[in-house]
Ligand binder design. Structure first.
Ligand SMILES: C[S@@+](CC[C@H](N)C(=O)[O-])C[C@H]1O[C@@H](n2cnc3c(N)ncnc32)[C@H](O)[C@@H]1O
Ligand SMILES: [Zn+2]
Length: 286
């Protein structure tokens, strides 16, 4: 008998319900009837049709909508991110077959799912994102992982439960991440560098670099030991049909007129530049 996605996701959540804490009152939670998470103070959160749980107490409207995540999934499933995934797998492969890995800002879940598939052993994956459409897509496409709508600034998990936290092209919350990591746990952040999608930026921003944080490496050193960086730069061939989802998946096109998007779609681009910095740090003891 094949289990439904909801059942598969609910089972993983039930077996690991000890990880959760209520986003409203911070009490411990348990799974009831494989259909909802309930805290000791009776705050109750139903599982969705495909088995994710929404633990963001307020509804959030974000610019990350269903069509953006569909476009992201097409691009991310094309091999676009493979060298980054391989670098992350190498760093995460600690030999601990029972590790628990959180992807904070998981989007539509492809990165976490690919990383779990490449890591040996029985790693538990947990993906959170504030955008419901991303988590809904993740729970539908990739069962067997804990998927939750949640704010990474108020993570609905108990202290010191995670062996590693991934934070890929998403905002960080260093206080929360250090709270969640086990002592010696690994934090891995992927940030865009100056060459990332430069061919598209030339169209949309006349090549002004848009950076998320002023200096993420310096911020890392305030919170983590053994800080290391690894620059990953390559050109990815753009097969037919990939330019449109690439344009649609990125905040670069937000606020751009349809004419500007049409202009970008007309350019003949054999390949696109990918340029990331992977920043790693280990949670400080004590
Ligand atoms: C550029 S996307 C990256 C998604 C995914 N990591 C990827 O690389 O495809 C940034 C993500 O951060 C999420 N995000 C932004 N603020 C957040 C918050 N406070 N809590 C959780 N997720 C957040 C967005 O919803 C979005 O999915
Ligand atoms: Zn509660």
């Amino acid at each position: 008998m094949t289990l439904s996605k909801k059942t598969m996701n609910a089972q993983v959540m039930q077996q690991n319900a000890y990880l959760f804490r209520c986003p409203i009152c911070s009490e411990a939670m348990e799974m009831v009837e494989q259909s909802r998470l309930v805290c000791a103070d009776n705050h109750s959160f139903d599982l969705s049709k495909n088995g994710y749980v929404n633990l963001a107490p307020q509804a959030h409207v974000t610019k990350y909508d269903k069509s953006l995540f569909e476009a992201r999934k097409v691009v991310m499933s094309s091999g676009f991110f493979d060298p980054v995934i391989d670098a992350l797998v190498k760093r995460l492969d600690s030999g601990d077959n029972q590790a628990v890995v959180l992807d904070a800002g998981c989007g539509e879940g492809t990165h976490l799912s690919e990383i779990l598939a490449k890591l040996p052993g029985n790693i538990l994956g947990v993906g959170i994102d504030l955008a419901k459409e991303g988590v809904a897509a993740a729970s539908k496409a990739y069962p067997g992982v804990i998927w939750s709508v949640a704010d990474l600034a108020n993570c609905p998990f108990q202290n010191t439960q995670f062996d590693a936290i991934l934070n890929i092209l998403s905002p960080a919350n260093y206080a929360e991440f250090t709270r969640l990591l086990k002592p010696g746990g690994l934090f891995v952040k992927v940030v865009p560098e100056s060459g990332y999608l430069k061919e598209l930026r030339e169209v949309f921003y006349e090549d002004k670099v848009q950076k998320e944080e002023s200096d993420p490496v310096a911020r890392f050193a305030e919170h983590f030991d053994a800080v290391e960086t690894e620059r990953i730069t390559y050109r990815f061939p753009l097969d037919e049909g990939l330019l449109e989802p690439l344009i649609r998946m990125t905040p670069l096109s937000w606020g751009a007129s349809e004419e500007k998007i049409a202009e970008a779609l007309r350019i003949i681009l054999p390949a696109i530049t990918i340029d990331f910095n992977v920043i790693l740090g280990v949670k400080r003891a004590g």
